[in-house]
Design a protein around this ligand. Structure first.
Ligand code: G4P
Length: 548
């Protein structure tokens, strides 16, 4: 772990442009975003190139190297190494041209999507990476749906155009038809695969190319008067340039023009063709985020929405990571600030418990280090070390009592009974389950009858992580056994209805409580679920519940 005591970081130490901005407007210089993609589309590579472009790292390979170091920290990371996936979300902060970018990393494997969904509640925009040969894949689509639920504006980066790829029109059509979103091409390829010459930036009329020949990173920006500029003919082979002009002109007729307002409202996605590996169009992506992606947005609460301009400091916890350092039972709660100017040592109201919480050592996460945060504004993410007080979904507020809404917990698709391997370790297993449920790794259900715990996960791989972490961090072996149930639904009934009482009388063994005492129906199969819905029409069955 970085030595926090020696770090003297501060958001006040900012570059040129930022110094001119009034303190109350500093949040406008924040761009908090995530990258969504299907595994292997190129998210890690693009993250690394964005960090390089933003000066946050100096060498390609640093993100992977960072992963390697992190993996050595605790046993459960071994799973990451074995399976070649990333299971933990982190925040990477970097500055460029006076703007502060907070890149929230989302776990790429579909089994960890619940964590990913929550991370998406903490961003103001997202970059959707699509493999140019594969188009929109299952996981991208799922994540896109979450972005749409929250009207998060999306920039599309069509990656790997250095290889043989599908035709650009095919890809744009797929975006429009599958996602019901207008696609506006902003960086268009000049040739593809082995005939690739560069890209044309429609917004600036710049031809982006490499001075070192094809297949090298873009290092040359050649301003043009437009796609018909004769200077392009000198740089690009005749057939390719006429093909490019035809396709761009058709694209301009057939698809939308870039409209910043429609993008910010989540109706239109600007599309950039590029290659993370070859460093094609990565600067253009950053410029687009800087110029058009929204600064911190208004956030929904159970009362009035919170504006980033509100003076009252507020934020919500979207992720908790326990045992980042196995020698200390520390936890870091990741707090997305939504309003006000947070200062180190500030006393905030922990709304769920009603207790005051003094934040002595807030942490900012950079690509390669952590620093103590002396101050932070809306859009920033700070890490708050704590001993289990803070949970995913918690709201912190300086004065007003309010709760941020919209942080969902999803109905598990896999349910298992957890048994301690050694009956002498029951207590450790119970503590572990509670801790890891707080972190959001698993959900824990306590059946109304019986003394055993049932855990629920959205993806099966989480069970391996669970066993490995309980063994590594709590010194207890567990066995995970199948149960007769397949899924769970949170249930409520309107006031005055006796539906829950009737259900209890009939199906007590299928009822459980979640860790907050909310009633849950455990279903054997979808037929049973439908049957219950028909027979108890009053009953409201939910496959998500708000974490407040
Ligand atoms: P992910 O995080 O979305 O899972 O993807 P990641 O960046 O790890 O990329 C997956 C594979 O695709 C990697 O190859 C990576 O080098 C390659 N890749 C990423 N961007 C591009 C691109 O623009 N063009 C081409 N041609 N390939 C790209 P790998 O062989 O699986 O891994 P590695 O050995 O290169 O690390």
């Amino acid at each position: 772990m970085t030595d926090l005591s020696s770090a003297a970081g501060s958001t006040a130490a900012l570059s040129g442009a930022q110094a001119d901005v009034a303190p109350e407007d500093e949040f406008r210089l924040r761009r908090s975003f995530a990258i969504i993609s299907h595994p292997d589309a190129g998210k890690t590579t693009l993250t690394e190139k964005l960090l390089l472009a933003g000066g946050a790292i100096r060498m390609a390979g640093a993100v992977r190297a960072r992963g390697e170091r992190r993996r050595t920290r605790s046993d459960w990371m071994a799973i990451e190494r074995e399976r070649g996936i990333s299971v933990s979300s982190t925040v990477m902060r970097f500055e460029r041209n006076g703007l502060v970018f907070n890149l929230l990393d989302t776990p790429g494997h579909e089994d960890f999507s619940e964590d990913t969904y929550r991370t998406l509640t903490a961003v103001d925009s997202a970059v959707m990476v699509i493999d140019a040969a594969k188009g929109i894949e299952a996981q991208t689509r799922k994540l896109f749906e979450v972005c749409r639920l929250r009207d998060i504006p999306i920039i599309t980066f069509i990656n790997k155009i250095d290889r043989e790829a599908r035709h650009p029109f095919e890809l744009l059509d797929e975006i429009e038809s599958t996602l019901a979103l207008d696609a506006a091409p902003v960086v268009w390829p000049v040739g593809m695969g082995t005939d690739f010459y560069g890209c044309f930036d429609v917004l600036t009329n710049n031809f982006l190319t490499s001075s070192q020949g094809r297949s090298h990173a873009f290092d040359t920006v050649r301003p043009m008067d437009g796609p018909d500029d004769p200077r392009l003919d000198e740089a690009v082979h005749g057939d390719i340039i006429s093909e490019f002009r035809d396709s761009l002109s058709l694209a301009r007729e057939g698809y939308s023009e870039f409209d910043a307002e429609a993008f910010r409202e989540g109706h239109l996605t600007p599309v950039i063709f590029g290659s993370a590996l070859r460093d094609y169009s990565v600067d253009q992506l950053l410029d687009l985020i800087a110029g058009f992606a929204p600064p911190p947005r208004t956030q929904p609460t159970d009362g009035d929405p919170v504006e980033p301009t509100d003076e009252n400091v507020t934020g919500f916890v979207f992720k908790v990571q326990a045992n980042m350092d196995p020698n200390h039972r520390d936890r870091i709660a990741f707090l997305r600030l939504c309003s006000g100017r947070f200062r180190r040592g500030m006393k905030l109201n922990h709304v769920r418990t009603g207790k005051a919480l003094t934040v002595h050592s807030p942490v900012l996460f950079f690509a390669q280090e952590r620093q103590i945060a002396d101050d932070a504004v809306a859009g920033d993410v700070i890490g708050i070390p704590n001993h289990g007080t803070l949970r995913v979904g918690d709201t912190l507020s300086e004065q007003k009592v309010l709760n941020f809404t919209g942080l969902p917990s999803f109905a598990p698709e896999v349910l298992r009974r957890v048994m301690p391997g050694d009956s002498g370790r029951v207590k450790q297993v119970r503590t572990a389950l509670q801790d890891l449920a707080e972190e959001g790794l698993v959900q824990v259900f306590k059946p109304l009858i019986g003394s055993q715990w049932i855990v629920g996960v959205v993806g099966i791989l989480q069970l391996d992580v669970l066993s490995s972490r309980v063994a590594g961090e709590y010194g207890a072996e567990i066995t995970v056994e199948p149960v007769q149930f397949q899924t769970a639904r949170w249930i409520t009934a309107p006031a005055g209805s006796d539906a829950i009482e009737k259900l209890k009388a009939e199906a007590l063994t299928s009822l459980a409580e979640d860790r907050d005492g909310r009633m849950v129906f455990l279903a054997r199969n979808s037929w049973e679920l439908d049957n219950i819905k028909q027979r108890f029409p009053d009953l409201v069955l939910r496959d998500t519940c708000e974490l407040t």
